[in-house]
Design a binder for this molecule. Sequence first.
Ligand code: SF4
Length: 240
Amino acid sequence: MNWEPWTGCYQKSAGCDNCYFYGPNAKRYGQNNITKTDKFDWPIRKNKKDEYNIKGGKILATCFATDFFLPEADEWRKEVWAMIKERQNIDFLFITKRIDRFMVGLPEDWGEGYDNVNIGCTVENQELADYRLPLFLSYPIKRRFIACSPILERIDLSPYLNGVDHVTVSGENGRDGRVCDYEWILDIRNQCEKAQKTFWFKSTGTYFKREGIVEKINPFKQGSTAKELAIDISDGKKLF
Ligand code: SF4
């Protein structure tokens, strides 16, 4: 299930160029005003019997169509942290390109982190990996993973893998998607295998290079093509 407490976003780094939601070919292009949605308080809404509408045991993919750490949402994020604390039987999963804003507005009782928060730090290239991941690892977060999404070049994650649970990698989708080289994917898989971390090749993206040949992959087959390569390293737990 997805929960978008706010909508709107704008470019932060190289991986945003063809953003699925706000890139030049996307329906929401130019939607840079950050506004609350009508689902802002969705996780704590109750029915007439005073039961939560969303039952426990779910994973809520949160802010997948915006960024949880946008400065424009600093005040709202305080309310969202309170909702997350109230719904300890739901896992809240974030992916962000703004991990360097993690400490802004953190709840006073955060301590070492809430158990039900799982944060994915996006890194698209080596420069961003070397900037974001040391910060990511320095913050008090109990559950973390790395999302190379979209992967834009070969990336050495090995200095950072000890501090994370999992790595997910995707190529870039959209008609102007940049090429995703299978060699980069296998390289990260090897790093994960050595570090004994789980790994998920989520999507090939539009242009997928394998054995020197770039193939254009139908948008509906990018996930299944990645899956068919059968290179995931799983511990049996479901991430999404
Ligand atoms: S941060 Fe995410 S949602 Fe925002 S523009 Fe970049 S890719 Fe799109």
